[in-house]
Write a protein that binds this ligand. Structure first.
Ligand code: GTP
Ligand code: MG
Length: 205
């Protein structure tokens, strides 16, 4: 699937004001600065559709983008950013939590992980929380351009080991991307296409 049109729809912290209707949607979540907004831009072939910054904490709202007039991509604020005040962090967390718990249109969350780092407790905990809440998710490793293929493989293997050793019997789909080199996006879009088709089949009477 290619993205032919991508439009910003609305930003807010209020689930009630997110787009109504039954279009399937896919949310990008992960630590601040991991590259969520950059990946959305890379997938959509647009430089500034989602706002990016080298400083963590750029995205602060739930942002809906309409793709090909048929589904939504959602850019969310990151977690784990130490310089946001504690009270602000709580507000972030509560509306993000509500989004995941209540948003019926959400088909799959893409949990982004910086490929350079060792498995981090905050990400593993978030995965567990998604699992407990029965929210389907996939893992997307970002910034692959920063590591040589061997180091990428080593870090991914380490992540898989860690997940299997802790909570998971089965691993979720895993994607490896670089927004800088624009790699890995096609596989994500193919997967979304598959999930969209399944969703449409299931909603047909
Ligand atoms: P918040 O909105 O703050 O949570 O961050 P985010 O996850 O949306 O990250 P964002 O897309 O704003 O990118 C953060 C920084 O990482 C920016 O400086 C990007 O240019 C850089 N970046 C993102 N993706 C890549 C990538 O694939 N490769 C490289 N080298 N840098 C990247
Ligand atoms: Mg962002």
């Amino acid at each position: 699937m290619d993205i032919k049109s991508a439009q910003f729809v609305i930003s807010n912290t209020d689930l009630e004001k997110c787009p109504k209707g039954s279009l399937p949607e896919y949310a990008f979540i992960g630590r601040s600065n991991v590259g969520k907004s950059s990946l959305i831009n890379s997938l959509c072939h647009k430089k500034n559709l989602a706002k990016t910054s080298s400083r963590p904490g750029k995205t602060q709202l739930i942002n809906h983008f309409l793709i090909n007039g048929k589904w939504h991509l959602v850019d969310l604020p990151g977690y784990g950013y130490a310089r946001v005040s504690k009270s602000q962090k709580k507000v972030f967390q509560s509306f993000i939590t509500t989004y995941f718990e209540k948003r019926k249109q959400l088909i799959n969350a893409f949990l982004l992980i910086d490929i350079r780092h060792e498995p981090q407790p905050i990400d593993l905990k978030f995965m567990e929380w998604l699992g407990e809440n029965q929210i389907p998710f996939s893992i997307v490793f970002t910034k692959a351009d920063k590591l040589k293929p061997k180091a990428q493989d080593r870090n991914i293997a380490h992540y898989k080991q860690e997940m299997l050793a802790s909570t998971w019997e089965e691993l979720p789909p895993i994607f490896v991307t670089s927004s800088l080199h624009r790699t890995g996006g096609e596989e994500i879009l193919k997967y979304i296409d598959l999930l969209n088709t399944e969703y449409l089949q299931n909603t047909k009477v």
